[in-house]
Design a binder for this molecule. Sequence first.
Ligand code: ZN
Length: 135
Amino acid sequence: MKIKKIDHLGIAVSDIESGKKFWQDIMGLKLEGTETVEEQKVTTLFFPVGESEVELLESTSPDGPVAKYIEKKGPGLQHIAFRVENIDEALAELKTKGVKLIDESPRKGAGGARIAFLHPKATGGILVELCEKNN
Ligand code: ZN
């Protein structure tokens, strides 16, 4: 598999307005966009930083994965996303290597990306996302 870069850091917030205030007003990052991904019950805010982005995640529903994460571990860094050249090949390779996956096949992420999560049990406790984007 070919990893191109760290695509984004996914940060779970319980209050997107105070998250926005910190990253935008205090840290001086520029908000580039916001998107709600219904499939994942999440609203995302993107702040580009060089080649990567800070991505704030707020749950749109109490039973969404981000809400569940915050309930268990509190707000904070939730996942690290790596941009891969070909996500289908990457997942096939990980399967042959016996890596436990949350997503056996890619699903739809923000910004038209195709994404898949690896199981934290397979990665030393980190929720790793792979993503493939055309841009
Ligand atoms: Zn992500």
